[in-house]
Ligand binder design. Structure first.
Ligand SMILES: *Cc1c(COP(=O)(O)O)cnc(C)c1O
Length: 431
């Protein structure tokens, strides 16, 4: 895939980027390199690898050939220069912040986030001495006002889970940029097929690969993609990247690796010392999934659009948040940020309240009641009693997870079957 004149399209890259026939065997599919360690050619080779003077494989906590193919594939699909895979989406969020933050530093984050991310940011990161400042991501003045001398990043979701709010990534990037800060975008709900945050100014993109990238509910995984565009040396705010890094015998990552500074730091220090490594089996499943990403996303979007339109007209329904609907305040942003569709995830508010939601999830037959999304199977969850249970009522509402709301992840089954199942269960829920 090198030295090419013709630029491959997304559907080709999702199958080929990063992969080549195995040099040892000719195996066409990417082998699962199920190994912990790699034999050094000699002591000099080993030293060069440890000094990061030569790129190669040392130990699978840091790098693995199967995982490396996945990293290159996702970096290509997102339009980044490099990527670091890790064990889950939540691991990716810590890995994205780790080189930027330090005790007393803060990150300005959207209130419209996956419930687990709200908990991670509002509670758990405090133990590192980090702080999250929550803001309405549609309010540029609020974002600018929340940024102070100790802020090190701005964080939002492209299409927010579960409410389906679409962030104005370009506008948020502008605010972050004028404060000299990187913008981190969680692109899990959209996938790079629907949204490419780097094109709109994002510095880093994170994913829970657990969802649409793998696409069939088989593994947990995460990734941080670096745009390679941020100047880490423009201020003294990012010493881990711009100054001699004591955790790597004084290496200056930005000076040494240029646009790949963040990626190298993520592997050489992040994976080395935090150990949130993706295993090669999981990387294999995710590579399999990504081969069909565009095909699945098209079907997810088509089915979700039809189901959302059907639900919106139904008497038993109070509201549907799907951004693909004309009634959505985010409808105009679909064209700009996710021109191929608004994904397969949305929330539905029932007139029958909390009890109706419980009856709905208990009576669906085709849908599974699970804490996941982005599966080929249609999934449902009552967020207020599960994923968003730890949040205050105000946080639940801000995240689009009020008590009478269910989150639906529309699968790739036959549309008629999805609607028939919802119809019968809604009848029981409203009885
Ligand atoms: C699921 C999810 C996460 C967390 O990912 P895990 O793989 O479950 O750790 C983060 N962000 C979003 C938007 C998610 O949907």
């Amino acid at each position: 895939m090198s030295d090419r004149v013709h630029e491959f399209g997304f559907d080709t890259l999702q199958i080929h980027a990063g992969a080549r026939p195995d040099p040892a065997t000719g195996a066409r599919q990417t082998p699962i390199y199920q190994t912990t360690a790699y034999v050094f050619r000699d002591a000099e080779h080993a030293a060069a690898l440890f000094n990061l003077q030569e790129v190669g494989y040392i130990y699978s906590r840091l790098t693995n050939p199967t995982v490396a193919v996945l990293q290159e594939r996702i970096a290509t699909l997102e339009g980044g220069v490099g990527a670091v895979c890790c064990s889950s989406g939540h691991a990716a969020q810590i890995m994205a912040l780790f080189p930027l933050m330090g005790p007393g530093k803060n990150v300005v984050v959207s209130t419209r986030l996956y419930g687990g991310s709200v908990t991670q940011f509002s509670q758990t990161i405090k133990r590192f001495g980090w702080e999250a400042k929550f803001v309405d991501i549609d309010d540029m003045d609020a974002i600018a006002a929340a940024i102070d001398d100790n802020t090190r990043a701005v964080f939002c979701e492209s299409i927010a889970n579960p409410g389906g709010h679409i962030a104005d990534i370009a506008a948020v990037a502008k605010v972050a940029d004028s404060a000299g800060l990187p913008l981190i975008v969680d692109n899990t709900t959209a996938s790079p097929y629907l949204c490419r945050p780097i094109e709109h100014g994002a510095t880093l993109v994170v994913h829970s690969m657990t969802k649409y990238l793998t696409g069939n509910g088989s593994v947990t995984g995460g990734v941080v993609v670096d745009s390679g565009k941020f100047d880490w040396s423009a201020s003294d705010k990012f010493p881990s990247l711009s100054e001699p890094e004591p955790a790597y015998h004084g290496l200056k990552f930005h000076e040494t690796f240029g646009p790949l500074a963040f990626t190298f730091h993520g592997i050489a220090i992040g994976l080395r010392d935090l150990g949130m490594t993706l295993n090669p089996q999981a990387a294999h499943y995710t590579l399999m999934g990504i081969e069909t990403l565009s095909l699945r996303m098209q079907r997810h979007c088509e089915n979700a659009q039809s189901v959302a339109e059907w639900l919106e007209k139904d008497d038993r329904i109070e509201a549907v948040t799907y951004a693909g609907l004309k009634s959505s305040p985010y409808h105009a942003r679909v064209k700009k940020f996710c021109p191929k569709g608004a994904s397969g995830l949305f929330t539905v508010a029932l007139k029958s309240g909390y009890d109706g939601c419980v009856k709905l999830v208990d009576n669906l037959e085709l849908f599974s009641h699970v804490a996941n999304l982005g599966d080929t199977r249609s999934l449902i969850i009552h967020s207020a009693s599960t994923t968003h249970r730890q949040l205050t009522p105000e946080q639940q509402e801000a995240a689009g997870a009020s008590p009478n709301v269910v989150r639906i992840s529309i699968g790739t089954e036959d549309l008629d079957d999805i609607i028939a199942d919802l119809d019968q269960a809604l009848t029981k829920a409203s009885a």
